[in-house]
Ligand binder design. Structure first.
Ligand SMILES: [Cu+2]
Length: 91
């Protein structure tokens, strides 16, 4: 499972991620204790639409969100994984 998560993260690590841009998605799972969120994101910046887990820069970014919420977020590579540094409600 860890291997799968890692390869998904690397799949996202295209050069276009160097300049963070807002991506739209929907929360499918969240875990405040682990500062982790699973997002079903749209096709964007060379990535296909997919559902994948992300680490958050700060667990407080999850405040007020629940599964099913539509959000937009920015993320960048931090070591071997994607790290969300901003997330906000979206229509
Ligand atoms: Cu992805």
């Amino acid at each position: 499972m860890k291997r799968l998560i890692l390869s998904l993260a690397l799949l996202c690590a295209t050069s276009s991620w160097a300049a963070p841009d807002w991506v739209r998605g929907e929360i499918t799972k969240l875990n405040a204790e682990k500062a982790q969120v699973t997002l079903k994101h749209e096709a964007s910046m060379g990535m296909d639409a997919m559902t994948m887990p992300y680490k958050l820069k700060n667990a407080s970014l999850l405040k007020g969100f629940k599964p099913g919420d539509r959000v937009r977020f920015t993320a960048k590579m931090q070591g071997e994984q994607m790290l969300i540094d901003a997330m906000e409600p979206a229509q």
